[in-house]
Design a protein around this ligand. Structure first.
Ligand code: SF4
Ligand code: ZN
Length: 530
């Protein structure tokens, strides 16, 4: 750790703007230093109950948590890199990439992406030279695609405007790098530079709300301020990076949302939520047995929030949602009701042709450069208006597809595959999937189609190319649905050389699907896509 502290001092020396903490505080609530941070105005009773007011308890909490972390921490690639990398800039970059990938995404999912990313772009300089297309291709499937784009933009900024040097404090990181907020800045600075600054993410919120019985809406300003204050006050100045990772690790592996492992928890003796549960159990057994039950021995001088008991605390459980015994410690934290994602429907068409090399090819088109899934590739798709009938939807999709094929397609050729649902953070998206196999006079037709498709935002890809392209998870689900439909007896059997199916049926006609059942989608569609 002395290496990190020295690095932090030296980097702050290199950064003439290191008074960022004061400037940030002046901007309002951005000061990440526990010693300089302002305690939100609350009553003395609230302070005692929802804070760590005894230095000895703070010390014990740090020691217990770090001892557990040293023994139980998961072996993760970004931790290995941060521990072994001696160059501060490279270390900060390695932590930064992991923190951006881990936002909204599970550790298990991130590991493979992280390893591939660091192998391809081991330094900021390498990432700055990458194209957005390359970034999107590697990010495909990780979700929240703007994260990768912003990471690359920020790397370009560091290289072009900051002489390739990462900003040296949490305050400067947040101020100078696009896409780096208070949490990410704190994580990079504490883990890479040894800056004594706390972090607050979903896992830390859960742990802090439980250990200090904070039950008010965790997204409210009063609670957010208190959580940052607590995180900054608790962080161990001797090992800030490890302490922050330990808090997150505890939330991810022990103090989990629904089934926390309280008996195995290294900080259980500091946890007021657990204390409350134990007191309740003891009171119940006292009532049953008629015996005097001992109180929870933890922090005996502060057993409840006086302001909360008087119904006057902005941090306690709200009177409208009081303690629920069936939830136990999971009474904390309480969250505002989640907004329901809005429902949307999109008609999408998997368009297939036989390519110049005789391989099956599929048309993908690029989405606009901003908005949802910006710059990613997808099968030609068309949002469906509410209440649009199947027939109207088909007509609209056919018109859209014909713009790409450059030739008229008979309505009966469009085969309905089924529906694929994908949940984005704010959209419940249903893709109504169709398939269309182009056939006919290959030479003429292909020539016309290629001419029609000589636009920059579309291309024909083989199956292997599709899988490697910058396509979303939703499009991969669409692909799978088509693959299942075409290979499980609903479509013709596998296409063989020469344009015949295994069952001998010719499939090189202009409309290969049996036209009798287009509305049901049975009996037609693409040849096997496997
Ligand atoms: Fe979380 Fe239970 Fe530990 Fe409290 S004792 S911090 S609720 S796991
Ligand atoms: Zn209270």
């Amino acid at each position: 750790m002395s290496k990190l502290r020295a690095a932090a001092r030296s980097r702050r020396g290199l950064q003439p703007g290191a008074g960022g903490a004061r400037r940030a505080a002046a901007r309002g609530g951005e000061d990440a230093s526990p010693r300089k941070g302002m305690l939100p105005p609350v009553s003395a009773q609230q302070s005692a109950y929802h804070l760590f007011s005894h230095p000895a308890e703070t010390e014990a909490f740090r020691k217990n948590l770090l001892t557990w972390y040293d023994k139980c921490k998961r072996d993760l690639p970004w931790r290995k890199l941060a521990a072994s990398e001696s160059d501060t800039n490279r270390r900060a970059y390695a932590v930064w990439v992991s923190e951006i990938m881990l936002q909204q995404t599970q550790v298990a999912t991130v590991i493979d992406y992280y390893n591939r990313w660091m192998q391809k772009w081991p330094t900021l300089q390498a990432l700055a030279k990458a194209s957005l297309e390359e970034v999107n291709e590697l990010w495909a499937g990780l979700g929240y695609y703007s994260r990768g784009k912003r990471l690359q933009e920020a790397a370009q900024k560091v290289v072009s405007e900051l002489a390739g040097q990462m900003p040296g404090t949490a305050e400067e990181l947040q101020k100078l790098l696009p896409g780096v907020g208070r949490y990410t800045a704190g994580a990079i600075a504490s883990i890479s530079y040894g800056q004594a600054t706390g972090v607050v993410d979903g896992n830390v919120i859960r742990v802090l709300c439980r250990v200090r019985c904070i039950g008010a809406d965790a997204s409210s300003l009063a609670v957010t301020d208190r959580l940052w204050y607590l995180a900054n006050a608790l962080v161990d100045p001797a090992r800030p990076g490890d302490f922050n990772q330990a808090m997150m690790e505890l939330g991810a592996t022990v103090c989990t949302p629904r089934a926390p492992l309280c008996t195995a928890c290294p900080v259980k003796q500091h946890c007021r939520a657990r204390c409350r549960v134990e007191n309740e159990l003891q009171s119940a057994s006292k009532r049953l047995l008629g015996e005097a039950a001992p109180r929870c021995p933890q922090v005996p001088d502060v057993e409840e929030c006086a302001a909360g008991a008087a119904g006057n605390c902005s941090l306690c459980l709200p009177a409208t949602e009081p303690w629920d015994s069936s939830l136990g410690v999971a009474n904390f934290p309480r969250r505002a009701a989640k907004k329901q994602p809005r429902a949307e429907r999109t008609a999408t068409c998997v368009l297939q042709r036989r390519g110049p090399r005789g391989e099956s090819e599929y048309l993908i088109v690029q989405r606009p450069g901003s908005g949802l899934l910006a710059g990613l590739w997808e099968f030609p798709s068309l949002p469906s208006g509410p209440g649009l009938k199947e027939k109207q939807q088909r007509e609209a999709l056919l018109g859209h597809v014909q713009a790409w094929t450059g030739e008229a397609v008979a309505r009966g050729c469009l085969q309905r595959v089924g529906e694929v649902v994908h949940i984005f953070s704010h959209i419940h998206q249903t893709y109504v999937v169709y398939s269309l196999l182009l056939g006919g006079d290959e030479k003429t037709a292909l020539g016309r189609r290629d001419e029609a498709l000589a636009r920059p935002a579309s291309r024909w890809v083989t199956q292997a190319e599709f899988q490697k392209s910058a396509v979303s998870t939703a499009m991969k689900k669409v692909w799978k649905a088509c693959e299942r439909q075409s290979c499980e007896g609903r479509g013709p059997a596998k296409l063989q050389e020469g344009g015949t199916a295994r069952n001998g049926t010719a499939v090189s006609s202009r409309c290969p699907a049996p036209p009798s059942t287009p509305e049901t989608g049975r009996g037609g569609g693409l040849p096997c896509m496997r």
